[in-house]
Design a protein around this ligand. Structure first.
Ligand SMILES: Nc1ncnc2c1ncn2[C@@H]1O[C@H](COP(=O)(O)OP(=O)(O)OP(=O)(O)O)[C@@H](O)[C@H]1O
Length: 678
């Protein structure tokens, strides 16, 4: 390695010749050439004088040769350092001038002998000193700086091509030694390369050539252009389509960081679901605001948002959001509704000859190509906006939903014009299973614990030099974006989201107000399917001036006879064996069991019993609480002084009659809506 190549790796007594003499000779060898040069100049001067001592034409020729040699040295040295170029040119000029003088006048004439005796050692020593003091960048080895660098990181036999130099970005093609090295060797050496260049790990990346295992491009971005944070300055494309790119922030070379949610067959792009993964304080909140403001500023999309944190970050956006579910139970309802909405939307898109959601699907269907009428004339059906279902801090929701259910939803959602966006407080496999993670193909990876990098990003992106673990929470907003539509060589390029400050609140309010007035409203299919599960809990986006919770205009258009809105309870095949007569399994909910085991309270009979239970369920439904468990019911029993075992029995009857339906969580029941929306 480097030490051996300098001849410093040998110990006294070792080496080719053996013994101290051999060792010293070995150490002195690299320093001998300048002295040999001085000796050669002396001999050349003496021989030249013997040959041309009296010749005037030789004098002219030798002088011209001396000047030409100095010029050539200067020209040849143009690619080396200025210091080395000057040193070489002075040495050649002095040496050739002395040889010319010695040839013409004799080496001992006038001051020539003294000049030789004093100047020769000075010049030779100056080269020795230079060699001893040389910096470890390979400059003095006769190799280029790049070559020395590659040698240092163990890739000595690799070839580096002509580098493309842009402001703050150097891209250099690399060809590795055939049969000896692979692209993996470069990715493993990236850390060493960053160390050799004294740069952060994320400044050095490698993009392997997909067609060769020993070729690729090295990208070095020396200055961290992201250090200066950029404040949110409003939506990038107000009134555009959700199919247009959404601006998330900027890359470290200043290029915009774009994300696409719906698929586009023309751009050869699939629709996608996104995971926002980042540790606490990594900037997930602002990332979400960047994306949500972009979504709300588009004219053909609905946003459903569930957030356990009481919309702490998102409150200014609420007026523009079609469905905002706060906390656990409302989120359960939203997820149940999604499972109804997705097949209903897919059916509608199929009936209108869309293989996937396209912006035309959001417009009124006036094109006979997209008609649901058997006679092929334009049907004029209301368009169906794209739907983004956002689950903030979703670990527990996803666990409750179960892997199979989530994977099922995510697969079907893509052909239903639905994107799921899931954010995780701690990106790791104990928060989310492997199969749920795999169902979210796109990721915005913010800073995290180094041990969790493998969860956030695919191996090939980490190999290419991405290191969200190096940021932790020290670089909020720094992120990698891996998503369909983004060029692959961008995957390992860091970017930074735009920051939201107190000044951004008014901009957020403007975006929300715009969405409330001009954004898409839910189509009858989506609104109907959602209401068939959620009842009053889904009211659609608030009408301007009416506050949140006003009934959605689209619900008025829902035809209760329509098959798509079939609100009969759905039984999961896995639940077939559950006996609806059984008592509700209180202990499995984690609530304070035993709830239904106490025998106190009234046990009304007949008509009164039916009325009381109907009242109870209607009360929950009216409050929008569409999923209930033992805890909710025991509170209700206490309030009405009713016996809990009695209520348990009546609930089982209600489930058998279809007024309640099972959910994916044992012991949680969904109220099948009976109230007609106003
Ligand atoms: N792009 C950005 N540029 C500059 N500062 C940012 C950026 N994004 C976030 N920040 C700042 O970083 C801090 C943490 O951000 P944020 O609260 O969004 O993190 P988080 O990941 O949501 O954390 P937690 O999960 O703990 O809520 C905040 O002070 C925020 O203003």
């Amino acid at each position: 390695m480097v030490a051996d190549y300098r001849g410093e790796g040998l110990l006294p007594g070792q080496g080719s010749g053996g013994g101290i003499g051999a060792y010293l000779l070995n150490r002195a060898k690299p320093h001998l050439p300048p002295w040999l040069g001085v000796g050669a100049a002396g001999v050349a001067g003496a021989l030249g004088n013997w040959r041309w001592g009296e010749s005037a034409p030789a004098g002219v020729g030798l002088t011209l040769a001396s000047v030409a040699l100095t010029g050539v040295t200067w020209w040849v040295g143009r690619n080396t350092s200025a210091q080395r170029r000057l040193h070489s040119a002075i040495t050649v000029a002095a040496g050739s001038a002395w040889v010319t003088g010695a040839c013409l006048a004799g080496p001992l004439a006038g001051p020539l002998d003294d000049l030789y005796l004093m100047g020769g050692p000075v010049v030779a020593l100056s080269w020795n000193v230079r060699m001893i003091l040389r910096t470890p960048d390979g400059e003095a080895s006769g190799q280029g700086g790049d070559k020395g660098l590659l040698e240092k990181i163990g890739l000595a036999r690799a070839q580096i091509g002509t580098a493309k130099v842009e402001p703050n970005r150097v891209t250099a093609p690399i060809a590795l030694a055939a049969g000896e090295q692979t692209n993996d060797d470069v990715t493993k050496a990236l850390g060493l390369l960053a160390s050799a260049l004294d740069l952060p790990a994320s400044a050095v990346r490698y993009q392997p050539d997909p067609d060769s295992v020993r070729r690729g491009e090295l990208v070095i971005v020396p200055e961290d252009m992201l250090a200066e944070f950029v404040e949110y300055d409003g939506p990038s494309n107000l009134g555009g389509s959700i199919a247009d790119p959404l601006l998330l922030g900027r890359y470290d070379d200043g290029a915009p960081m774009h994300l696409w949610l719906p698929g586009d067959p023309e751009a050869d792009r699939n629709g996608t679901h996104v995971l926002i993964a980042g540790g606490s304080g990594s900037g997930k909140g602002d990332t979400a605001l960047n994306l949500q403001t972009e979504i709300l500023s588009r004219s053909d999309v609905l946003l459903w948002l569930s957030d356990p944190k009481m919309f702490q970050d998102f409150r200014p956006l609420l007026p523009g959001i079609d469905w905002a579910a706060e906390g656990g139970t409302p989120t359960e309802v939203m997820v149940e509704a999604l499972q109804e909405v997705i097949p209903a939307r897919t059916r509608w898109l199929g009936q209108h000859s869309y293989r996937q959601w396209l912006p035309q699907a959001a417009q009124q269907q006036n094109d006979p190509q997209h008609s649901c009428r058997p006679d092929g004339t334009a049907c004029g059906c209301a368009g169906m906006p794209f739907l983004v279902a956002w689950m903030e801090e979703a670990a527990s929701t996803l666990r409750a939903l179960g892997d199979d259910a989530f994977t099922g939803i995510s697969q079907e959602a893509r052909s239903a014009g639905v994107s799921l966006i899931v954010s995780l407080q701690r990106p790791s496999y104990d928060q989310m299973s492997t199969s749920t993670r795999a169902a979210l193909p796109s990721v915005i990876a913010l800073g995290c614990d180094p041990r969790d990098e493998g969860f956030s990003l695919p191996d090939r992106v980490l190999d290419a030099g991405a290191h969200p673990g190096a940021w932790g929470n020290r670089k909020p907003g720094y992120c990698y974006l891996v998503s369909t539509g983004v060029p692959e060589d961008r995957y390992a390029s860091p970017g930074r989201t735009r920051a939201f400050t107190h000044r951004s609140v008014s901009l957020m309010e403007v975006v929300a107000a715009w969405a409330q007035r001009n954004g898409a409203t839910a189509d009858p299919i989506t609104a109907g399917a959602a209401a068939s599960i959620a009842g009053n809990a889904y009211s659609g986006r608030p009408v301007p001036g009416d506050g949140h919770g006003a009934p959605h205009a689209a619900l008025a258009a829902v035809d209760p006879e329509d098959d798509d809105m079939d609100d009969a309870p759905r039984h999961d095949p896995e639940d077939e064996q559950i006996d609806p007569e059984e008592e509700l399994p209180a202990a499995q909910t984690g609530d304070d069991a035993p709830i239904f085991g106490e025998g106190t309270g009234r046990k009304p009979k007949g008509e009164e019993a039916r009325r009381l239970l109907a009242e109870a369920l209607a009360e929950f439904e009216e409050n929008g609480q569409m999923i209930i468990g033992p805890k909710d019911l025991s509170d209700w029993c206490d309030r009405h002084n009713l016996s809990r075992p009695w209520v348990s029995k009546k609930l089982a009857e209600a489930a058998a009659e279809g007024r309640l339906a099972p959910t994916n969580t044992t012991g949680r029941w969904r109220i099948v809506p009976s109230l007609t929306p106003a």
